[in-house]
Write a protein that binds this ligand. Structure first.
Ligand code: URA
Length: 240
């Protein structure tokens, strides 16, 4: 891989800003291949250089994968003149990494959103051919019924022409406001809302809680993010 400035390499981990990286190096806390490096302008190949900060080996990754617990009010876009995007929830150093959301959640939908700069894997995960399960927690106006479950399982044909793949509706509570889990194997525009509107049970609240084998981390508060672990990224690779 091409050589990069030391501050850029450190900042790409999201742990430090470039300014902080410079300060760490100035204090002699950054070493490369065993030697302290005090100038962050020096360039190294991040894939082969053994970089450590304060005695801890740096785990460099070519691509960044982030799990965000999306709050309502943010657009799943990289930039949008009309309002805040999910990238606004990340620190500046990460905003510089050309990250983009893996698929879209509506502005008012909350929960699990992945962001990455690894285009190949992201697009493979989104490909309609892959059928990666997405699970949503939903609250609807109106009492959900077994008939609704059967309609989801049969593959709904919506009035607007959308032919849906068979999906799973698992009722958690069936009251005037009902709760359920919905599992889709595709991700068409407003799909959960459109399917439930067709059953005359409009969505009041929607949250994505799982993508493939990856659940929304319960430790992540709304608006918070974390890096995916190596194992989680491998699991995503295994899906495609
Ligand atoms: N289905 C929807 O209707 N909206 C979302 O944000 C995701 C799935």
């Amino acid at each position: 891989m091409a050589k990069e400035r030391l501050d850029k390499i450190l900042a790409s981990t999201g742990k430090w800003s470039r300014r902080e990286a410079k300060e760490l190096a100035r204090r002699g806390l950054v070493s490369v291949d065993g030697a302290a490096i005090r100038s962050v302008e020096e360039k190294f190949d991040p894939e082969t250089a053994e970089i450590s900060v304060n005695g801890q080996a740096l785990c460099y990754r070519r691509y960044t994968w982030i799990m965000l617990n999306k709050p309502a009010g943010y657009l799943s876009a990289t930039e949008d003149g009309r309002g805040a995007t999910v990238l606004d929830l990340l620190p500046r150093e990460l905003q510089r990494q050309a990250l983009f959301p893996v698929g879209r959640l509506d502005k008012d939908t909350e929960g699990l959103l992945l962001l990455t700069n690894e285009g190949g894997l992201a697009h493979a995960l989104l490909s309609p051919k892959r059928h990666v399960d997405k699970v949503y927690y939903v609250r609807t106006a109106g009492r959900l019924t077994e008939e609704d479950c059967r309609a989801f399982a049969a593959g709904m044909s919506l009035e607007d022409g959308l032919q849906c793949l068979p999906a799973r509706l698992e009722i958690l509570t069936a009251e005037e406001v009902s709760e359920a889990h919905v599992t889709l194997r595709e991700g068409k525009f407003h799909q959960v809302k459109r399917m439930l509107a067709a059953r005359e049970k409009p969505v009041l609240y929607l949250e994505r809680i799982r993508m493939g084998g990856l659940p929304l981390d319960p430790e992540l508060s709304r608006g918070a993010f974390r890096f995916l672990t190596e194992e989680e990224i491998e699991e995503l690779r295994a899906l495609v």
